[in-house]
Write a protein that binds this ligand. Structure first.
Ligand code: PLP
Length: 239
């Protein structure tokens, strides 16, 4: 009944949306709820002065995940779960097995911090990447990626055969529909309109006179069942 954990996403996997971390974090703090940020995909924008506003408030997180194997191009796999309280993972996971881990001087022995025991040293990949490219190299990489996605978005918007899924993008993803000339008159939103996430738009095609097929439907996060000529509702609505 009482929530103990709130997860905010910094860069969703499909559309790339960033939750308002500062606002959510403040509420979590107010109610003493664990605040986790899933920055697996979008967290790397922190390297860009220009784009890091997207993760504003991430400092309020009790824990955060970031995957350098995504936007930073580190080899798979390179993924971090970081916590404000550096003791907390050891506190939660340590079994105190003396025959496995030696107590005492080493802050670098992370063995007791994990559920498992033997693990690959994935952090080395970020360490080496960061040494080679530097903070400046990572900044340039992120900003280049954003420019490229902006470029693709502009190209698509200027071509009538494509419709954008989102009016405003936040991340690198450029989501669009391809609407061939021959069927564009059946586009529910009408010509030249961009589609927003909320208006339940889709593509309706007439086949055999009155029969209709509905493709690529999104109504907010609710999937609308597809209609086909024989009334079969089993066709996936997100295509
Ligand atoms: C990729 C992704 C994950 C999963 O990351 P792994 O590569 O499996 O560690 C989790 N959340 C989001 C938002 C992602 O984009």
């Amino acid at each position: 009944e009482t929530p103990f954990f709130v997860n905010a996403t910094a860069g969703t996997t499909v559309l790339g949306a960033f939750d308002p971390l500062r606002a959510i974090g403040k509420i979590a703090k107010q109610y003493n709820i664990w605040f986790h940020v899933d920055g697996s995909w979008g967290g790397s924008v922190i390297f860009s002065e220009k784009h890091k506003y997207l993760v504003d408030g991430s400092n309020l997180a009790d824990s955060i995940v970031i995957n350098p194997h995504k936007m930073l191009g580190a080899p798979l796999q390179c993924s971090f779960l970081l916590a404000q309280n550096s003791q907390i993972f050891a506190h939660a996971n340590s079994l105190g097995a003396e025959y496995l881990f030696h107590q005492g001087d080493s802050q670098y022995d992370l063995g007791d911090n994990t559920v498992g025991c033997g693990r690959k040293p994935d952090a080395v990949k970020l360490f080496i990447g960061w040494k080679i490219f530097g903070t400046e190299g990572y900044r340039a990489r992120i900003e280049h990626l954003f420019r490229m996605s902006e470029y693709l978005s502009r190209r698509l918007k200027s071509n009538k055969r494509f419709r954008m899924v989102l009016k405003e993008r936040q991340n690198l993803q450029v989501c669009f529909w391809y609407v061939p000339e021959g069927i564009k008159e059946y586009w529910l939103n009408g010509e030249n309109e961009e589609c927003s996430e909320n208006n339940g738009n889709g593509l309706r095609i007439k086949i055999n006179g009155e029969d209709k097929v509905l493709l690529g439907v999104r109504d907010g996060d609710k999937s609308v069942p597809s209609e086909t000529s024989n009334g079969d509702k089993s066709v996936p609505s997100e295509t």
